[in-house]
Design a protein. Sequence first.
Length: 193
Amino acid sequence: MGNTIAPVETAGKILISLIVDMSGSMSPLAEDVRGMINGFITDQKKHPGEALFTLTAFDTVVETPFVAVPLGEVPEITEKHYKPRGWTALLDAVGITIRQTEEAVLKHKPDQVLCVIITDGYENRSTEWTQAQLSKLVKEKQGHPTEPWQFVFTGANIDQWAEANKIGGAVMAANSMNYNFSPAGIQDLKTSL
């Protein structure tokens, strides 16, 4: 596996959940993040297999404008979908997305589930999920015998390994990477998973 959100090769059906920090500190890169998401969607459409897409954008609140939508039906990501503000409810964003993804898995029965988390800061606003609850859930998902879940954690300006380990233990930490908090760093996220 590579490091970020390049298109995913699959012969079957994949459900991709992209969980993106839109706290105020992401403001300088807002346009780049929207471009990265749009570029990923465009590139993924070129690959064989069926892809369903979930977008979670989070700051103090968690917004999911798309849940398990066929990739061909996802509109261009604009300020309507991603406009940084607020704080960082990281635990809530991941927990809520996993629960929504569980429902989508029951409905669509994908062959693979990929959750990619992109953040530039530490948790500081969650109210629904604790670290212990989320860590337990992520570990259950990563070890599920019939639903192949994979998590990738990317962080800037933080110790991404330690944060990924807190959320999902050693398996998520092994699938973590740091990205450069810059337009080039955001572009790099699109080019390798």
